[in-house]
Design a protein around this ligand. Structure first.
Ligand code: ATP
Length: 505
């Protein structure tokens, strides 16, 4: 990463805290690693992104409906989906510098290649010669080949449901009863497993498990989709890059059910839809791209998969996965639950029997996006530093968050020039008119007008409406455009309508 790119990330983290977008969780106690709180502006930005996703997925279509499922589901869901057995990451310890890392995320090297690294990962440590091992990676921190074997680390958070603490109950019965260490440990695990439940690591499974209820209650015809936005939890080995990878995060996922045999058409459709959704709200559209998965990256049931990647300061990395999941999930849940999760099309002829009526298990395309990760992308995409001159002709720099107006936390700032002469009262009355129309605006009469413009540029407010002496005489105000800084005078009567019109671009 180049210095200015590292800088950009530092600037975003600092702006996010300074202006109230994102705070470290439990900061006054030293902060909880990997957990973040979304402050007054962050919660608005996150909601606006979620609302735009919901609008484009659900409201603008008549064949996609929503779901808001519980975070703790029946453990059999995770057993059947394969998460209990397989949802893990390969964890490796570096024996030289003690770094712990994910083998699948370590940079790839050619096995057998000669390398050098420093003892203990210290700058002045002894220089050691080594060889890239067969697995084809080194410690990402110190470059050493002294690595532990890979072990699987389960990513799901586990807890226990019910009023009884399974550990205390177990200890009461088994403490000092002569069990060997191995038996004690095995029986304790079994006792805990009995009431174990998991925090969902993805929102997707609920859409498969509720497939039948939703199909029946809505009578939707295939193709149709189920969309959901919500929290997911993963006990990540490495949490990194601010909110890019955290243990508690939010996802926006949609399962799209369709007739087998049309997978290429639908995968093509959804990858284009989703890429253009991001680009619609972005300034630097080329920073969003599609990357097809290599064959060896595909899950065994997946016929194809694309990632939408964003050019983060550390390079292109995942923002959303769009997977063709065949009929794997519905079939698995059907087998495990005994409930037939299939679809009957009366109008179609069964291709195998040639008889009217066709029952099949739908295939699925799943666009799975990160809401909190999208928020990071839109902040990075919007951040700009511009050089200009002030009213006195002196050069000055301004930070401006060029967020798409639909995503911006405040749609307008209402700024009386002075705190007297009826200007604040007029400002409050104008703010009320905006609020009546459901727009989030900010009435702000603190500090100099220059500082207030600078603040609203930095938090991405698209329009600043300034009330001055003339406003009380002729009922006009100025509207300042965040991106051009151009100001124009308009009548107060028209202010709401003008901003509303510009926001609907
Ligand atoms: P990665 O390869 O980055 O670990 P993944 O392939 O495991 O991600 P998916 O299971 O496809 O991710 O989840 C869909 C989306 O959810 C991701 O594209 C990402 O935007 C988001 N996401 C997944 N894990 C996290 C996390 N730990 N923190 C924040 N967002 C996440």
């Amino acid at each position: 990463m180049t210095t200015d790119k590292i800088d950009l990330m530092t600037k975003i983290v600092s702006l996010a805290k300074r202006r109230g977008f994102v705070f470290q969780s439990s900061e006054i106690y030293g902060g909880l690693k990997s957990s973040y709180d979304y402050g007054p502006l962050g919660v608005e930005l996150k909601r606006n992104i979620a609302n735009q996703w919901w609008r484009s997925m659900v409201y603008e279509r008549d064949n996609i409906v929503g779901l808001d499922a519980s975070i703790i589901m029946h453990p059999k869901v995770w057993q059947t989906s394969g998460h209990l057995a397989n949802f893990s990451d390969p964890l490796v310890d570096c024996l030289n510098c003690k770094e712990r890392f994910r083998a699948d995320k370590a940079p790839k090297r050619t096995p057998g290649e000669k390398i050098e690294y420093r003892k203990g990962g210290q700058k002045k440590g002894e220089l050691i010669q080594g060889t890239v091992p067969e697995k084809g990676y080194l410690c990402p921190q110190c470059g050493s080949c002294e690595l532990s074997t890979e072990r699987q680390f389960r990513l799901m958070f586990q807890t226990n449901l019910g009023p009884v603490d399974p550990i205390s109950e177990f200890l009461e019965k088994n403490y000092n009863q002569g069990l060997s260490k191995e038996d004690f440990s095995k029986k304790l695990s079994e006792a805990i497993e009995k009431s174990a439940v998991y925090l969902r690591p993805e929102t997707a499974q609920a859409m498969f498990v509720q497939f039948q209820n939703i199909a029946q209650t809505t009578s939707m015809k295939i193709p149709f989709g189920i969309a959901q936005i919500g929290k997911s939890f993963r006990n990540e080995i490495i949490v990194e890059h601010f909110i890019f990878r955290s243990c508690e995060f939010e996802q926006m996922e949609m399962e799209f059910f369709y007739e087998p045999g049309t997978e290429d058409q639908w995968l093509d459709y959804w990858t284009n839809e989703r890429l253009s959704w991001y680009r619609r709200f972005a300034n630097n559209k080329d920073n969003f791209r599609l990357r097809p998965h290599d064959k060896d990256e595909l899950a065994h049931y997946s016929s194809a998969c694309y990632d939408i990647e964003y050019l983060y300061p550390w390079g292109f990395d995942e923002l959303e996965g769009i997977a063709s999941r065949t009929d794997y999930d519905l079939k698995k849940h059907s087998e495990a639950s005994g409930v037939k999760l299939s679809y009957f099309d009366q109008q179609k002829t069964d291709p195998t029997t040639g008889k009217p009526g066709y029952r099949f298990v739908p295939y699925v395309i799943e666009p799975a996006a990160g809401l909190t990760r999208s928020l990071l992308c839109f902040l990075l995409d919007a951040y700009e530093e511009e050089k200009g001159v002030d009213a006195k002709g002196e050069s000055k720099e301004r930070v401006v968050l060029k967020l798409h107006p639909l995503l911006a936390p405040y749609k307008a700032a209402i700024l009386p020039l002075v705190k007297k002469d009826g200007q604040p009262e007029l400002g409050q009355a104008i703010a009320q008119e905006f609020r009546k129309k459901g727009m989030n605006v900010h009435f702000d009469d603190n500090q100099s007008i220059g500082k207030r413009y600078a603040k609203h540029d930095e938090i991405g407010t698209p329009y600043c409406l300034t009330i001055d002496q003339q406003s009380l005489v002729d009922q006009t105000i100025t509207i300042r455009d965040r991106d051009t800084t151009v100001q124009e005078r308009v009548s107060i009567d028209q202010a709401v309508e003008i901003v509303q019109r510009r926001l609907s671009l």
